[in-house]
Design a protein around this ligand. Structure first.
Ligand code: PLP
Length: 212
């Protein structure tokens, strides 16, 4: 929700010291972070010894549907035999699995998409600053604009929707009380012009909320 990165190496050290297993849900890192889109594990150069259970979704950067668990052969066998939601859920349709495989190849080979995303993030942050929008300190495509109350976040969401921008208000209990926000999510498919226009519209929406 803050667009920040968890201190995974420290968490892994802590887990090891206590003989515990660390599970990382990298829904928002896979495809986006790391030289080849390998997520926070690639970013921090960690392997399965540090993170024995990696959870990834295929419905975000991969643009497909479904999710996966990666881990040791023993862990995967245990889940296949014992994980009731997995056991009693129909398998993904083959075309969906094929789409995920195709997306995986693109994620690995088309690093320019991540570079473009990073450039758009930088452009957005510059433009937001120029239009008086204060952002949390995030270097990822998730750029939160803290507005405080749920009412303020919803008003800003409506103002932006009327201007043609779909930016979702995130409210408690998803975030702590007093920290409702708009969550801007940038994509490599956005254009610079769109990102700049969004920053301007955000400046207008935030000023409207402040003056209300
Ligand atoms: C951290 C995290 N994990 C898991 C999920 C679930 O993703 P999916 O609906 O693709 O299974 C989400 C969805 O927003 C998420 O933010």
């Amino acid at each position: 929700m803050d667009g920040d990165l968890a201190p995974v190496p420290e968490l892994a050290r802590c887990a090891r010291a206590h003989d515990a297993w660390l599970l990382v849900d990298d829904a928002h890192g896979l495809g986006v972070i790391g030289e080849q889109g390998g997520g926070v594990l690639e970013h921090f150069a960690l392997g399965s010894d540090a993170v024995p259970i990696l959870l990834g979704t295929l419905g975000k950067a991969f643009g497909s549907f479904g999710a996966f668990v990666a881990g040791s052969a023993a862990l995967i066998e245990l889940l296949i035999q014992k994980a009731r939601p997995y056991l009693y859920t129909t398998a993904l349709p083959e075309p969906v699995a094929a789409a995920s495989r195709a997306a995986l190849a693109l994620v690995r080979s088309e690093g320019w998409r991540r570079e473009r995303l990073r450039a758009l993030v930088r452009r957005f942050r510059e433009a937001a600053g120029a239009f008086g929008v204060s952002l949390l300190d995030s270097a990822t495509p998730i750029q939160p604009v803290l507005l405080g109350t749920p009412a303020a976040a919803l008003t800003a969401q409506r103002t932006l929707a009327a201007a043609g921008f779909w930016v979702v208000a995130i409210r408690p209990p998803t975030v702590p009380a007093g920290r409702a926000r708009l969550r801007v999510t940038l994509s490599a498919a956005h254009s610079e012009a769109q990102v700049e226009a969004l920053a301007q519209a955000l400046g207008h929406a935030c000023a409207g909320v402040r003056n209300a």
